[in-house]
Design a protein around this ligand. Structure first.
Ligand code: HEC
Length: 464
């Protein structure tokens, strides 16, 4: 293992060099010398990684509980798994940081097992090898409940909205207020979920100032030293996106769950949200720090400290059968820890990349997201891997759009595509969750990180 430590100027990522080497090799032979069977080798992988969604009533389009259900899908399963599109995890392996709290990707060995199983005719094997079936909780539950051992301390419900059976996208931007607090409190995590089963069918994504959610993105688990302040009666502005499902849903609503630090307890650091937009006209990135800037650009002065610069990304023009790339640059005026990274594009989106140029001139890719508009995962960095950027770092964000037939998600390559909110229009930005750091805080985190990485390297050495 290479030394994961770098110098004090902030390049202190725990990039997995082993992962790069693996990606260059063919899939490792998963099971040497014996036939790979569904019962013994594949079923445990599906149980652990797929069935939570691929079961009756789950969000996946088909059930993968039994051999009879899985076998007809074998070639498509191989394709999705080998191309790393399933389970849904869109960080390009081998480029940039690979250590995330919510990584659901398969190991190279697991992928190798599935590929080998499909290539050898997808045999069942000995039914006696089948693991006992899993049992699932069918209610709508909070994902973080098992993490914290309790439901959220506060729940805020959105007003209901009626979604007709057919038609195009619906946006709904109502307001709610936090009820039930007598004093300001610090949040350690937030989660958004559809309010009930019917809402789940039509719910595409929602943002609030506190949290955001989309298919595949449910919660924000803040770094263990950080939190967000919630005021009694705080206004929650929702930005919800529904899509008709074929049936009338009269009271679609969503809920925001908030887990709090104990009363009187204040985390060391604060978490905030920002978006990096690629702006083709100015060829620079616009950092937006509050939703007010996004919703009401005209009312925010250009030099407002709340949002460094304000423009709308409205002159993207993607020709029929063409590709387009937008790139933007943003210089950080303050030290920053990047806690999580989430892409946003629509159906012609291909990938988004974030790179950093450090004050000493070194340039590195932070991450590349292989875009799939069905998934809006917030990739949450492990505490030891969240990038620490010193002020003066230049962040470069790139968005590439593909309006050709090569893009399997392209609904119609003969169309011109422009900036817009509908799924058939395009846009590209990064949503990040970050912590701004004073110089002394930054120095302290860098020192702590160096110590942690040294300990991890030592442990690894001792284990060998
Ligand atoms: C978080 C939920 C989730 C998990 C976990 C998940 N899937 Fe999926 N899967 C979906 C959804 C939703 C779709 C449909 C949207 C899409 O294709 O992205 C899908 C689509 C697929 C498809 C394509 C079906 C088609 O009609 O083209 C295959 C094959 C598949 N999944 C296999 C798997 C396998 C194998 C695993 C585990 C190794 C897995 N999935 C894990 C939710 C999930």
């Amino acid at each position: 293992m290479n030394d994961p430590l770098c110098d004090r100027t902030g390049r202190i990522w725990a990039v997995s060099f082993a992962g790069i080497a693996m990606a260059l090799l063919a899939w490792p032979m998963a099971v040497q010398g014996q036939e790979v069977t569904f019962a013994r080798d594949v079923a445990p992988i599906l149980q652990e990684n797929c069935q939570v969604c691929h079961r009756p009533g789950g969000m996946g389009p088909m059930s993968l509980l039994t051999y009879e259900e899985a076998q007809p899908w074998a070639p498509i399963i191989k394709d999705r798994v080998a191309n790393r599109r399933m389970p849904p995890w869109h960080i390009e392996p081998g480029i940039g940081i690979q250590d995330f709290k919510n990584d659901v990707s398969l190991s190279d060995e697991q992928i190798g097992t599935i590929v080998q199983w499909v290539d050898s005719g997808a045999p069942l094997g000995d039914p006696a090898d089948m693991p006992p079936p899993l049992t699932f909780d069918e209610s709508i539950s909070w994902k973080l409940e098992s993490h914290f051992g309790r439901p959220p301390d506060l729940i805020v419900a959105s007003p209901p909205y009626t979604v007709p059976p057919t038609g195009l996208d619906h946006w709904f931007e109502p307001v709610s207020y936090v009820d039930g607090l007598t004093e300001p409190r610090w949040a350690m995590a937030t989660e958004i979920r559809p309010g009930d089963l019917e809402s789940r069918y039509v719910f595409h994504h929602a943002n609030s100032e506190l949290a955001s959610s989309a298919a595949g993105k449910d919660y924000d688990l803040f770094p263990s030293d950080a939190g967000k302040l919630i005021e009694p009666g705080q206004r929650i502005e929702w930005a919800m996106h529904f899509f008709p499902s074929g049936q009338l849903v009269e009271n679609a609503y969503i809920e925001l769950g908030i887990w709090l630090y104990p009363p009187g307890e204040r985390p060391e650091l604060e978490v905030s949200h920002a978006s990096f937009l690629t702006d083709p006209r100015a060829n620079r990135t616009v950092l937006q720090q509050n939703s007010g800037c996004w919703e009401q650009p005209a009312r925010v002065p250009l030099d407002s400290p709340e949002c460094n610069v304000q423009t709308r990304l409205n002159d993207l023009a993607l020709p029929p059968h063409g590709v387009a790339t937008q790139q933007g640059v943003h210089v950080l005026e303050r030290n920053m820890r990047l806690n999580s990274i989430r892409g946003h594009m629509h159906m012609r989106g291909k990938y988004q990349t974030m790179e950093a140029i450090y004050p000493d001139g070194r340039r590195e890719v932070v991450n590349r997201i292989n875009w799939d508009h069905r998934w809006h995962t917030a990739h949450q960095y492990d505490d030891h891997a969240a990038p620490l950027f010193p002020k003066g770092t230049v962040l470069i964000v790139t968005a590439q759009y593909d309006n050709t037939l090569d893009n399997p998600n392209n609904p119609d390559p003969d169309q011109w595509v422009f900036f817009g909110r509908r799924s058939a229009d395009e846009m590209g930005h990064f949503h990040v969750e970050l912590t701004w750091l004073e110089d002394d805080e930054f120095e302290r985190l860098v020192a702590e990180r160096e110590q942690l990485l040294r300990q991890m390297a030592q442990l690894e050495e001792d284990g060998q």
